[in-house]
Design a protein around this ligand. Sequence first.
Ligand code: TZP
Ligand code: MG
Length: 212
Amino acid sequence: MGRERDRDRASRLVPGVYFVTPDGADEALVLAAMRGGAAMIQLRDKRATDAELTARARRLLPALRAAGLPLIINDRLEVALAAGADGLHIGQGDGDPAEALAALAPGQMLGLSVEALAHLSAMPAGVDHIGAGPVRSTATKPDHAPPIGFDGLAEITRAAPVPTVAIGGLKEADVVAARMAGCAGIAVVSAISEDHDPEGATRALVRAWRQG
Ligand code: TZP
Ligand code: MG
C-alpha cells in the first residue's frame, strides 16, 4: 500500500479514462470525450504536420485546462514544446526518453509505451507514467508489438516504478480487468472514436471505471 501511495503522489497522471485520438480527429471529438468525463487526452495523429498538430493543441488547451484535463502530445517533442502542452508520450522506437526529459519543461509529463517487462529496466527516472500494451491486438495500430494480455499487463504494472495505463483493444467490459491488474487508467482510441456517441461511450467507460 505504501508503495502504491508513493507512486500516485509522484505522478501527475490523472487516473481514469484516457482518450487517445485517431488520425485526423477534430476538436469536436476531443470535446465530446471531455464532456463524457475523460481524465486525460492524448493528441495522436500520424498524418498531421507539426504545424497542424500544434494549432489543434493550442485550440484545445483553454477548454481542457478549464476542465482540468491534461493534454499530452504523441511522439512530437517540438509540438509539445511549441503548444505548451501538459506532456509528451513516446514509444520504444521514438528516441531516447532521457533526451525528451531533458528537453521538456519541468511541469511537463513524459509518458512512455512499455510493450514488455524488459523495457522497464531501460526506463530512466523521471518518466511520469507508462502506457502498457497492447493488451489485445488492435486494428488502430497495425504495427503493434505482440499483445501482452491481462497477465502481462499485471506483471508490468507490479514491476513498474510509476503508474501504468492499459492500452490496446480495450472496451468497457475490460475496465474491471485493467483495474484488477493494478492500472491507474485505461487508454482507448476506437472504443470512443468509433462509437456513434463518443460522449456517451466515454461516460460509460468512466462509470465502469468508477464502479470497478
Ligand atoms: N498503442 C498500443 S495499442 C494502441 C496504441 C496507440 C492503439 C489503441 O487503440 P484501440 O482502438 O483503443 O485499440
Ligand atoms: Mg510513437
